[in-house]
Design a protein around this ligand. Sequence first.
Ligand SMILES: Cc1cc2nc3c(=O)[nH]c(=O)nc-3n(C[C@H](O)[C@H](O)[C@H](O)COP(=O)(O)O)c2cc1C
Length: 415
Amino acid sequence: MQGKRILLIVGGGIAAYKSLELVRRLKERGASVRAIVTKGGAEFVTPLSLSVLTEEKAFTDLFDLKDEAEIGHIRLSREADLIVVAPATADLLAKMTHGLADDLATAVLLATDKRVLAAPAMNVRMWQHPATRRNLATLQADGIEFVGPDEGEMACGEYGRGRMAEPAAILEAIGRLLGAEASPFAVGTPLGPLSGRRVLITSGPTQEPIDPVRYIANRSSGKQGHALAKAAAALGAEVTLVSGPVALPDPHGVTMVKVETAHEMLAATLAALPADIAICAAAVADWRAADESPHKLKKQGHEIETELRLAQNPDILVTISKPGPRRPRLVIGFAAETENLIENATAKRRSKGADWIVANDVWPGTGAMGGDTTQVHLITPSGVEDWPPLSKDETAARLLARAADALSAMRSAAE
Ligand SMILES: Cc1cc2nc3c(=O)[nH]c(=O)nc-3n(C[C@H](O)[C@H](O)[C@H](O)COP(=O)(O)O)c2cc1C
């Protein structure tokens, strides 16, 4: 970090005190730090403390003419190698999402072409609020980097995710970003929260041959699975997409493996391991024809009914969820149900050994099967989250953002 220039934006949260420690550690490592304190931030740490620790003036006001003449907001951004927002409050994230620029911090954030690393810190309910989830997905798609938040006891007396990452974790993320060279806003940037992670996704239906011309299939379009692959790539992951037959273009920047049957999908999925995250979004046929005919089956005289014997297909989600060294750290399954959605999906999470289940109602009236929108429920060991109706792209971005958070929390817990 020697000689690197960090522009630190301190928002208005209790965790602002940890930013003082962050400044100290950055300085110890030879970085120079300039600080901007928001109006809210100045309620928690004084500009004086920041200026003593940074050995620079701490900047507070967009309309400080002296500063604008000498060192305006554009110059603050220009003279930084990396912008770090810590704590990134819910309010700051919302302003960044919408491109507001009504104070020095947000004006710098909007005017910058530098990488931005945000360390969110807020009450667990603020973090879980759909507005914050939407903002996070947008900011991630815009190329903003995130570290944390962590799960734990909060200053407000509650427990959950929302604690700002510890200075050591923020330092580690800063080091990683300063070491990387790619453009911050490129789709598929290797700098996203899933950079260096391998994500395996299955998508689409499978086709189970009855004879050379007929097969058993389902109405899955692959739209959700393909959207997940795009979202994972956009967060910097190395993505393998194992897909059944679909009428969709191959997503950019992912390794495609095209299969037809459940057996082929299972083999391709196992071959793509190891992975950090596996998302089984394919609608794998539960059954295949027990006796696939090598020849086209013929009608038998005037018989009105005929019998087709079915054999059960392997369960890819169960196979991949089995404990063992090759099990991905986070296994997510999709459950398409037409009745008792939550009960069936909750039971499925346990019986299949998956970490999370994304349950969606595929009753024909919902339009989820084959359509562009969906309404899902995320079932995790902590309970059920009801998500609003979203496009499949939004659902994918939201799920991948959650998965990235979960992986970084596992890493923090392991440290
Ligand atoms: C005691 C107290 C603690 C707060 N802690 C947080 C927090 O941790 N995270 C957050 O997003 N907002 C927190 N808030 C609310 C923010 O301070 C408020 O939204 C403020 O406008 C944010 O300012 P900023 O946009 O400059 O960061 C807190 C407010 C108070 C009074």
